[in-house]
Design a binder for this molecule. Structure first.
Ligand SMILES: NC(=O)c1ccc[n+]([C@@H]2O[C@H](COP(=O)([O-])OP(=O)(O)OC[C@H]3O[C@@H](n4cnc5c(N)ncnc54)[C@H](OP(=O)(O)O)[C@@H]3O)[C@@H](O)[C@H]2O)c1
Length: 231
């Protein structure tokens, strides 16, 4: 039975990934800031031991290593999904504030910390996939509207980290996917998003399934359609 570790599993895309992977028979370690308050996540528990909740705050750089002390065994899919968009770092004039440091920590550095903490467990699994939940807003080529300083920079940094991870983990047969989920109607995406979370997640999981034993997919930035996005 494959095992996934998903961060930001209490709502939005992470919650939906947990739901769909449980339906597909996976075992899930669902990491979130406050498991006690994660009522929607707890409601997914099939009661057969396949869902475990763990406390994880991506703003704490020691959290990934601490989590690795508590999670045993091979991890087929390490999904660094948790992310944030700080309102105060959006517009020109005052964007360079302390929230941007948190945004960089949560969106860029925390996924690297997870990869460092869990690489051995991913390498010991059958599927060996690390997925990074990036965003097309991290594409410099695609930036035609400006603004969103903290979010864009943090996702561009995540993309750079994902590329290096793909090269550094290649010898261990780990495939690193850098993913854009589409514009999705979640708390972050808002009500005008182009698709629902179930639609986005179903397409992302199909893409991830296609990456099994496909080193040529590692270190690439994918739309859910499977199309390569420009950096
Ligand atoms: N929705 C879109 O259109 C879209 C587009 C492109 C990329 N994305 C990316 O997709 C990912 C999921 O976004 P979403 O749409 O599902 O957003 P969401 O509904 O706002 O959910 C964000 C998730 O990240 C978690 N999170 C935020 N800060 C955290 C921290 N310090 N430690 C641990 N968890 C933290 C949240 O937990 P709390 O409940 O504790 O805050 C929540 O589980 C993000 O990386 C986002 O950048 C989304």
């Amino acid at each position: 039975m494959p095992h996934a570790l998903i961060t930001g599993a209490n709502r939005g895309l992470g919650l939906e990934h947990t739901r769909q992977l449980l339906e597909r028979g996976w075992t899930i370690t669902a990491a979130c800031r406050n498991p006690d308050a994660a009522s929607e996540l707890k409601a997914l528990d099939p009661g057969d031991g396949r869902l475990t909740l763990e406390t994880y705050d991506a703003a704490d750089l020691g959290a990934a290593a601490a989590l690795a002390q508590r999670v045993d065994g091979p991890i087929d899919l390490l999904f660094a999904n948790a992310g944030m968009m700080a309102p105060s770092t959006r517009g020109f004039g005052g964007a360079a504030n302390a929230d941007m440091v948190t945004e960089m920590t949560v969106n860029s550095i925390a996924p690297l910390a997870l990869a460092e903490a869990f690489a051995d467990q991913v390498a010991a699994s059958e599927m060996k996939i690390i997925a990074l939940q990036s965003s097309r807003m991290g594409s410099i080529a695609d930036n035609t509207s400006g603004g969103a300083y903290g979010y864009r920079a943090s996702k561009a940094a995540l993309n750079a980290i994902g590329k290096s991870l793909s090269l550094d983990l290649k010898d261990r047969d780990i495939v690193v996917l850098i993913l854009h989920p589409g514009w999705v109607r979640t708390d972050m995406g808002g009500p005008n998003g182009l698709m629902t979370a179930p639609e986005s997640v179903s397409a992302q999981l199909d893409l991830i399934a296609r990456a099994f034993n496909q080193p040529a997919m590692s270190g690439r930035f994918f739309h859910i359609s499977g199309e390569d996005l420009n950096w």
